[in-house]
Design a protein around this ligand. Structure first.
Ligand code: DGL
Length: 269
């Protein structure tokens, strides 16, 4: 069985790595929409048509499900994608619910791209789960893009993280929600600034649990049969912006030995 995983760049690899750890027998196709990155400051209409095109591409590759491994694309475009594609579509939403549960100081920071930070969906999630918590919504217009340029961008990324964390510490937070899939790639930097008493929450385990649920529901024979197989699946990596950044992109993949193809495609929208 084959799963399509997409993001604007390297961020979704945090989810891909967890899928790989939990269900290694799946074939994975990772699409980094680098041509259109960063998503965080695009218009919602542009992201919707882009994500639908990526969905159609995955459909043409005969995937069995699509993981939108990007908070921005999920909050802005998952409904449009589901309306167009008949496959199971799994998204990634800001993990505010567990954050509100664990916070003792009742101060929680949510760090996202500007588009996610200002989205109606984030507001809804917060009002659904916050109870008595204080929420500090923070965003960076540059951080995801700079992470895509790691390690050359290390100094800039470290400076941005330092500034953001200083504000979080001033706000008295003890819990941080990483609400952009790029940010867990540099979780260690946040942990170093915020110290051991701050809980940092990222969503990949929850996304994979949801993927398993949807695969079991949609493919009640095929998926359990796959789980009993011992053969590891392949990993194919696709960029929409040529192959120049491919080595940097694939360097985030933990199981690099399973990469069978590195390609570039033109995605017309
Ligand atoms: N990784 C993406 C997210 O989870 C988006 C990064 C971007 O392109 O702005 O929001």
């Amino acid at each position: 069985m084959k799963i399509g995983v997409m993001d604007s760049g390297a961020g979704g690899i945090t989810i891909l790595n967890t899928i790989r750890q939990k269900i290694p027998m799946l074939d994975l196709v990772y699409l980094a929409d680098e041509f259109f990155a960063p998503y965080g400051e695009r218009s919602p209409a542009d992201i919707q048509s882009r994500v639908v095109s990526i969905g159609c591409f995955f459909e043409s590759q005969n995937v069995d499900a699509i993981v939108v491994a990007c908070n921005t694309a999920t909050v802005i475009a998952i409904d449009a994608l589901r309306a167009r594609i008949a496959l199971p579509v799994i998204g990634v939403e800001p993990a505010v619910k567990p954050a509100f549960r664990v916070s003792k100081t009742r101060h929680v920071a949510v760090l996202a791209t500007p588009l996610t930070a200002h989205s109606q969906r984030l507001k809804e999630l917060i009002s659904l789960w916050r109870e008595d918590s204080n929420v500090h919504i923070m965003s960076s217009p540059t951080l995801a893009f700079d992470i895509d340029a790691w390690p050359q961008s290390k100094v800039v990324v470290e400076e941005t993280v330092k500034k953001l964390c200083l504000k979080m510490i001033e706000s008295g937070i003890d819990t941080l929600v990483l609400a952009c899939t790029h940010y867990p790639l540099i979780k260690k930097l946040f942990a170093a600034e915020l110290g051991p008493d701050c809980e940092i929450i990222e969503p990949s385990e929850g996304v994979v649990a949801q993927l398993v649920r949807r695969l079991n529901q949609t493919y009640p024979t095929k998926f359990p049969a796959l789980l009993s197989s011992v053969t590891k699946g392949s990993i194919e990596v696709i960029s929409t912006k040529g192959l120049d950044n491919m080595d940097r992109l694939t360097s985030w993949i933990e199981d690099r030995d399973s990469i069978t193809a590195k390609k570039s495609i033109n995605l017309s929208v």
